[in-house]
Design a protein around this ligand. Structure first.
Ligand code: AP5
Length: 215
């Protein structure tokens, strides 16, 4: 499948992308994970992105398009891809359209994960993430805790709270989402490729996506 997952911070894009990739082997591409790995590795990209991310702002479109232009042409994308956190602005969506046209590919579906604000706020303050760059399993201290000593159940690395999970950064991320990313719902609605799913159950969301793709 080739799909885009839209949704506010904490809506569950990463969680759903991981479940979908197990389902049919499509590769999860999270621009957030790519950027966090670059920050950890102190690459040029990471150094440029770090300040924006810590403040809860978007990284400039040009940096993101450089990453995605190359990433979507890697061999593993032939099996399909789940875009988690990209596109996030109208210029990114326009650029993605051009890129897919050049690669002779089409999207199967754009999914908007619609989750109430109070659920999102609760999830963002209780989320924890595996610190192993090649694992990045997502945990939640309430609904999906790591081991009692704070380790990842998959790889044994330490499970940590992200740098952009301060109260101030979370507030900025939600404002940025409303200003820059929410307009994409209308954008894809007009293109006829949008499926909005209002649910807080991962099973229900995955089933809804599978059903919409089969249509
Ligand atoms: P990114 O990593 O994409 O962050 P985000 O969009 O803010 O999304 P999150 O990762 O916070 O949440 P999610 O929707 O994936 O939810 P999750 O599955 O983790 O981006 C980070 C930063 O990078 C941005 O702020 C920006 O600076 C930069 N960036 C990235 N892409 C960019 C782009 N394209 N352009 C410009 N800048 C970009 O779930 C959250 C929690 O809820 C977890 O604890 C999980 O266990 C729990 N949960 C999920 N589903 C359920 C459920 N059904 N039931 C119970 N708990 C659940």
């Amino acid at each position: 499948m080739r799909i885009v997952l839209l949704g506010a911070p904490g809506a569950g894009k990463g969680t759903i992308a991981k479940l979908l990739s197990i389902f049919d082997g499509s590769v999860q591409i999270s621009t957030g994970d790519i950027l966090r790995n670059a920050v950890k590795a102190k690459t040029k990209l990471g150094n440029e992105a770090q300040g924006y991310m810590e403040r809860g702002e978007l990284v400039p479109d040009s940096l993101i398009m450089d990453i995605m232009g190359a990433r979507l042409q890697e061999p593993d994308c032939k099996k399909g891809f789940i875009l988690d956190g990209f596109p996030r602005t109208i210029p990114q969506a326009d650029a993605l359209k051009g890129l897919l046209k050049k690669l002779n590919l089409t999207l199967d579906l754009v999914v908007n994960l619609d989750v109430p604000r109070e659920v999102i706020l609760d999830r963002l303050t209780t989320r924890r993430t595996c610190s192993n760059p090649s694992c990045q399993e997502i945990y939640n201290i309430k609904s999906k805790p790591p081991t009692p000593d704070g380790k990842c159940k998959k790889c044994g690395w330490k499970v940590v709270q992200r740098d952009d999970e301060t109260e101030e950064a979370i507030g900025n991320r939600l404002v940025t989402y409303n200003e820059k990313t929410a307009p994409l719902i209308d954008y894809y609605q007009k293109e006829g490729s949008l499926k909005s799913i209002s649910s807080t159950s991962s099973e229900e969301i995955v089933a809804g996506i599978a059903k919409a793709i089969k249509k």
